[in-house]
Design a protein around this ligand. Structure first.
Ligand code: MSP
Length: 499
């Protein structure tokens, strides 16, 4: 059976999740659900990044132990993802014992191999990014993502021979052996390799106690990124053993992230894998930022919106929809409550939700709520399956979703064009069957995006959602799957209008 492994970044636990983290996670969820539907054996990993100077400092400020602090915030993330119907197969935390042991074993291997050596590192460190920055990265002397000036640091540490992997990685990236998507991002990475190049980096810290001690020198802790990257392996149950890697899902099909952490993922991460002698991920997909008034949403800038605030107003699926449709996947999206309200009302309350209610109500009035005789195939103009599949396979998830919303608009047009509301008898039966069966298709298209809504539509049609979803994706789209004689169950309004 074909496999599909997808990851999100593991998020820092210096604060609760906001819409930026939620966006990546919901997008990964959509892809994981789609590939499951397509019958692939799928593994979807997310989690939290819990070590490092930033988290140590935040816990100290809050006056609690680092352990207690990370436990609380990690639980917050898990709750948020549960609330949003995220179907991750595993939630990995970097403070888990097995992760710690695997990181130590992997680093020991890299050290023994000679890819890590003792030295001194000097540079401008941004604690927000947990990274050294070059002068070129700064705008008016500040880190553009965190709006603070990085601090000059000189430390005795162990360095990783990143430079050793420059030529090999550049070749792999150019040849799409490690795909970086969208194409614009690949060019940026190649530019970086060619203009700035890879220099050896500090791989440990002397003064950060909240971290994983290096196995060969316990006075130093592992650089937080080196620790964090390995989650993509330990999340699958990897124990740090390099020989005979037997991990069902390795390597990832696609790793999602935003542009803030693209460079480290396109340099340090694959270099570590080469050093360990392990296969590289097939693709990194880099999406844009969630912006508010043109500024990146982030805790440090104080403009963060919590996902639960959206859920309160728009429901779980309303929230998923608004995030996914906020921007073309890969581009920035400027959001506001007003835009969210308008889009929710236009596309969900007046659009999709209204269509479902309209068809079910007509069926109730004209045919006493019974599913009529199966009629001929769906009109050609309603055929979107191949387009939908292609968009999903190309990671154009916002466009796939827009195609589904358009499908519901086409159904509305169908009602108007055929004046179905005026019909009676066999003519009404014929057109209503087409509309009801099309609603079943609509629900199938919605499963990856709005899973709860899909179930409600199935139930509305008188189907048992769990039973219906046992069909394969291809079998689901065989015309006539909605059997005659079922009794529709008009439920609650799918998307109540926001005033
Ligand atoms: N812990 C590291 C990642 C380690 S992965 C081995 C980290 N954590 S983070 O909490 O800062 O998360 C960054 C990621 O969260 C981004 O790459 C993106 O996936 C998501 N987002 C956080 N803020 C965002 C926006 N404002 N907009 C879109 N996504 C953003 O970096």
């Amino acid at each position: 059976m074909k496999k599909f492994y997808i990851t999100t970044p593991i998020y820092y636990v210096n604060d609760k999740p906001h819409l930026g983290h939620t966006y990546t996670t919901v997008a990964a969820d959509v892809l994981a659900r789609f590939h499951r539907l397509k019958g692939k054996q799928t593994f979807f990993l997310t989690g939290t990044d819990e070590h490092g100077a930033k988290i140590e400092a935040t816990a100290k400020k809050a006056g609690i132990s680092a352990k207690k602090f990370v436990d609380e915030i990690a639980a917050n993330y898990q709750l948020a993802w549960d609330e949003l119907d995220i179907s991750n197969d595993r939630f990995v935390r970097t403070t888990e014992e097995p992760h710690i042991r695997a990181v130590q074993q992997a680093l020991q291997y890299i050290y023994k191999k000679g890819d890590v050596y003792k030295g001194e590192y000097s540079g401008l460190y941004c604690q927000g990014c947990e990274q050294y920055k070059s002068e070129r990265d700064l705008i008016h002397g500040k880190c553009p993502d965190h709006q603070v000036a990085p601090v000059k640091m000189t430390e005795e540490c162990y360095l990783f021979k990143l430079s050793k992997y420059q030529a090999k990685l550049l070749k792999l990236i150019k040849a799409d052996k490690l795909k970086i998507l969208p194409a614009k991002r690949k060019n940026e990475v190649i530019n970086f390799y060619q203009k700035e190049g890879l220099s050896d980096i500090s791989f440990s810290r002397k003064n950060v106690s909240w971290g994983i001690p290096l196995p060969w020198d316990k006075t130093q802790t592992t650089y937080v990124w080196a620790d964090a990257f390995l989650n993509y392996l330990t999340g699958l149950g990897w124990n740090g053993e390099v020989k005979n890697l037997k991990l069902d899902f390795w390597p990832p099909e696609v790793q999602l992230m935003s542009k803030d952490i693209m460079r480290v993922h396109a340099t340090i991460w694959p270099a570590m894998l080469l050093s360990l002698g392990l296969p590289l991920p097939k693709a990194l997909f880099v999406h844009g930022f969630f912006l508010i008034d043109g500024q990146k949403m982030s805790k440090s800038l104080g403009n963060a919106i919590a996902p639960s605030d959206l859920v309160k107003r728009y429901g779980v699926d309303g929230t998923r929809y608004l995030l996914l449709s906020a921007a073309p996947f890969g581009h920035d999206g400027d959001v506001s409550w007003q835009k969210f309200d308008e889009k929710y009302n236009a596309d969900l309350a007046n659009g999709l939700g209204n269509l479902v209610a309209r068809v079910l109500t007509m069926n109730e009035k004209k045919l006493a709520g019974k599913i009529p005789e199966i009629t001929k195939a769906m009109p050609k103009e309603l055929e979107i399956k191949s387009q939908y599949q292609k968009l999903m396979a190309d990671l154009k998830i916002d466009q796939a979703l827009a195609t589904v919303v358009d499908f519901s608009k086409h159904l509305d047009n169908y009602i108007e064009k055929n004046k179905v509301y005026k019909l009676a008898g066999t003519e009404a039966e014929k057109h209503l069957y087409i509309l009801l069966e099309a609603l079943r298709f609509l629900a199938w298209y919605l499963i990856p995006f709005l899973p709860e809504t899909a179930d409600k539509i199935f139930s509305g049609l008188g189907l048992e959602p769990a039973e219906e979803k046992e069909k394969s994706f291809d079998a689901a789209f065989c015309w006539g799957g909605l059997p005659k004689g079922l009794k529709i169950q008009k439920g609650e309004i799918l998307f109540p209008r926001i005033k």
